[in-house]
Design a protein around this ligand. Structure first.
Ligand code: ADP
Ligand code: MG
Length: 358
């Protein structure tokens, strides 16, 4: 579990130093005091990215020079590990004091699942948000997927810039097409398998919410010719002329979408707000279940719950807590102390203007 967090110049925290020793933790305080910021710092430690901004500069305290996150992680076996992230003009990562140059070797020392009110956009938002959710989820389970995505996106950028150049050299385009086809097929295959697993998990969760009668499915809107390398390359042959005209690669995993069907109808277009919320909650709960069921992984699973339980009814809440409880540690934010029995044993941290006052 996380046993110690130090923040310097992170959002509205000038200098925070808190010890933690409890499974369930509550960050309580009025709006705008820094509750979400604190959850964000824990998530950042896990993935080196935020769950609410893609801009590192948003995170640095206004008026500060850089930021620092330090944490102590106690493992079940009884030893501990220190993690440090420092962003000034350069990024420094350390595990147990030793510098780590690759982000891939630093991330996932803790697994974090963050629940936030914006999760509903996974269902209601544009396809880019769904891809981001799926990509992050698969990547956090399968490092190989992240590599394929990175290879793909570098080659895609390069190919697009050749498509936009004066010369539009076909041999150069073809060289990138090889990389795109190879990694694209791999990405599609991972997504297909993974979406099946996610669909199954969500069906189970719906049963837990007493909604086992809902016909739920996720449809991967797969494009023509992307499931094997030969047909992928063949598709480039038919698209290349048009792509040269448009200056952009016309197909591939970067424009895939996943349709979420609720009683056979697209949730995004036909769902009530309540149904969209429930399914987006299930998406994140599925992530908890998937992490919790993984064996041979001694990295702690930490759940961060920001402002999402307020609108759940009692029955929904109690099943939600039951699933969350599989995590090794959980952090919740509330403006007022919640009355649910689940929090009887919780440790309370009151937050006021970037300071933990008790
Ligand atoms: N980079 C930053 N530097 C300084 N303050 C920030 C920064 N980003 C956000 N804040 C401040 O943090 C506060 C919001 O914190 P937040 O954690 O979202 O509050 P809440 O307790 O409502 O979850 C606001 O007062 C905001 O001005
Ligand atoms: Mg908040």
């Amino acid at each position: 579990m996380l046993s110690h967090i130090v923040l310097k110049d992170f959002r509205n925290y000038v200098d925070l130093d808190i010890k933690l020793d409890n499974k369930v933790n509550l960050f309580i305080g009025p709006n705008g005091q820094g509750k979400t910021n604190l959850l964000e710092s824990i998530f950042f430690l896990s993935m080196l990215r935020s769950f609410r901004t893609s801009q590192i500069r948003d995170i640095r305290r206004i008026g500060g020079n850089g930021f620092y996150i330090g944490a102590q992680v106690k493992t079940e076996a009884g030893w501990s590990k220190s993690l440090e992230v420092e962003y000034t003009s350069i990024r420094k990562l350390r595990i147990d004091g030793s510098g780590i140059s690759l982000a891939s070797e630093f991330i996932r020392q803790i697994h974090a699942v963050a629940f936030s009110p914006e999760d509903i956009t996974i269902v209601t938002g544009n396809s880019g948000l769904r891809r981001r959710f799926i990509d992050m989820l698969i990547a956090s389970l399968t490092p190989r997927y992240l590599t394929a995505l990175q290879n793909y996106s570098i080659a895609l950028k390069s190919r697009n810039s050749v498509l936009r150049s004066q010369k539009k050299d076909v041999d150069t385009l073809k060289a990138y097409e090889q990389i795109l086809a190879q990694n694209g097929v791999e990405i599609v295959k991972y997504r297909q398998d993974f979406l099946k697993m996610l669909e199954q998990e969500i069906k189970e969760l719906l049963k837990g919410f007493n909604k086992g009668n809902v016909d739920f499915s996720i449809r991967y809107k797969i494009q023509n010719g992307v499931t094997n390398q030969e047909s992928y390359l063949a598709r480039f042959e038919t698209e290349r002329k048009k792509e040269m005209f448009r200056g952009q690669t016309a197909f591939g995993p970067q424009i895939d979408d996943f349709e979420i069907l609720y009683n056979k109808k697209p949730l995004r277009n036909y769902g009530s707000t309540g149904q969209c919320r429930l399914i987006s909650l299930c998406m994140k709960m599925a992530k908890v279940n998937i992490f919790a069921s993984r064996e041979n992984d001694n990295k702690p699973l930490i759940v961060l719950v920001d402002d999402v339980t307020g609108e759940l009814d009692q029955m929904t809440k109690s099943y939600f807590y039951q699933v969350i409880n599989k995590a090794e540690q959980a952090f919740f934010t509330f403006t007022d102390l919640p009355s649910d029995k689940y929090f009887d044993e919780a440790k309370v941290y009151k937050i006021e203007n970037g300071i933990v006052i008790s």
